[in-house]
Design a protein around this ligand. Structure first.
Ligand code: RNT
Ligand code: ZN
Length: 418
């Protein structure tokens, strides 16, 4: 028996004393896919027009060497990342990650431009999720897309979103797992607008046109993502939380909640138990806001633990889809994926190892002192031994060993890229 397994056996007994089945927790954890966002691998550049600057109120800062510049490189980097993350996971693609010999206008993207991604996903057992790219484009330069005043510009973005849904349906059909196609638009103003209503009316009208054709939900699931602010869009965002919550509920689409898109003390974890009473499915963009930025690498914070607790306590692991959304160009990009994803899984495992019935019992009987005591004791239970065992069981590196692999890949592959 390996040292890792010995430690696990001891930890398993400790959890059993609390009435928690560690074996069952690991089985459940292995069944929860996390959708890795392709855009961490190249600072949200894509392959459509590599010289185009990132816009839309998001920003990747840093200049760490070795970023992926071709789809082959990005897939190789993703393969490396997945090999360091226990379990089987999905990929979240953006429209600008298409592959084509000639320039394709965004409103003309087709499934064929994503064929290589499908072949790769099939070979690696990944489902794919998708996003229209309504930023980093001349027709988005004034900060408006689906809510633009100009009907022609609006129409262009409507067509792009429709084309993206069709690509999503192609992914879902080809891979036998529904693709969540998530619409996020940056639209908003730097300074306080006079008319907050008209852009929202236009966005609503555009979305109605985007979603007019019903697609088979076994292939494509539509989602919409709200935001409070963006860099340069500090005063007003058309697609606010209330806007999209209302839209998702009245139009039967998935609501996407990004952890970095709310006021600093407002948490998405607290929204789940409310929203899940009214909506079928939710998509999460697990992220970490730091001051103006909504996209730092996910750490094992209280915030993250609360999100995963709410998913597990509520029994929502099939109805809440977990995606990641961060982009840090100041550290090794594969390390960013591995660290962030492993943290999301650690938080899930912690939640799966909770004696939730006991906690509920204490609460019902009004024993809040014991509730607090137990919650705090849980933080020092031998969780790490269970996590290490999961990594070993799944054939992925235990502890800091994943960084050794990243360093070797950096030396052998990344450092040779110009
Ligand atoms: C932006 C949104 C959105 C993007 C990606 C690239 O604030 O979070 O999800 O990060 O689509
Ligand atoms: Zn997001």
């Amino acid at each position: 028996m390996s040292k890792v397994e010995q430690a696990y056996q001891l930890a398993k007994d400790r959890y059993a004393e609390l009435g928690v089945d560690a074996e069952a927790a690991l089985k459940h954890l292995a069944e929860i896919p996390i959708s890795l966002h392709c855009w961490q691998g190249d600072d949200v550049v894509g392959f459509e027009s590599p010289d185009r600057a990132l816009s839309g109120g998001v920003m990747a800062t840093g200049n760490y060497p070795g970023k992926a510049r071709t789809a082959e490189q990005l897939r190789a980097d993703l393969d490396k990342a997945y090999s360091l993350i226990p379990g089987t996971h999905r990929l979240n693609l953006h429209a600008i990650y298409l592959e084509s010999d000639k320039a394709i206008p965004r409103n003309e993207i087709q499934p064929e431009h994503f064929k290589n991604w499908v072949d790769w996903a099939k070979a690696n057992n990944h489902g794919i999720d998708f996003n229209p790219t309504c930023f980093s484009h001349p027709l988005a330069d004034d900060g408006f897309t689906l809510a633009h005043q100009d009907e022609g510009v609006r129409q262009f973005w409507i067509e792009h979103c429709i084309a993206s849904r069709n690509v999503g349906a192609y992914f879902g059909k080809a891979l036998g797992s529904p693709c969540i196609t998530n619409v996020w638009v940056p639209d908003g103003y730097k300074d306080v607008p006079a008319d907050k209503l008209a852009p929202r009316q236009r966005l609503k009208d555009s979305l109605d046109k985007v979603f007019a054709e019903k697609l088979d939900k076994n292939h494509n699931l539509d989602a919409v993502e709200c935001k409070l602010f963006g860099l340069g869009f500090e005063s007003y965002t058309v697609g606010s939380h209330e806007f999209y919550m209302g839209y998702a509920l009245s139009n039967d689409v998935v609501l996407c909640l990004d952890a970095g898109h709310f006021h600093p003390t407002e948490t998405i974890s607290d929204k789940l138990s409310s929203m899940m009473l009214y909506i079928d499915e939710i998509l999460l963009h697990v992220s970490r806001g730091v001051r103006w930025d909504s996209d730092h690498v996910v750490t094992l914070s209280d915030d993250l633990q609360l999100i995963m607790q709410e998913i597990i306590r509520g029994g929502f692991s099939k109805r809440v889809h977990i995606g990641l959304d961060f982009f840090d160009a100041s550290i090794n990009r594969i390390a960013a994926w591995a660290i962030g994803t492993r943290n999301a899984q650690k938080a899930l495992l912690m939640a799966l190892l909770e004696p939730f019935d006991t906690l509920k019992g204490l609460e019902r009987s009004g024993d809040y002192s014991s509730r607090l005591a137990l919650l705090e004791e849980l933080k020092v239970m031998p969780f790490a031994a269970v996590w290490d065992y999961f990594c070993e069981q799944q054939g992925t590196p235990v502890g800091m060993k994943f960084m050794d692999e990243i360093k070797a890949y950096e030396r052998d592959v990344l450092s040779k890229r110009s």
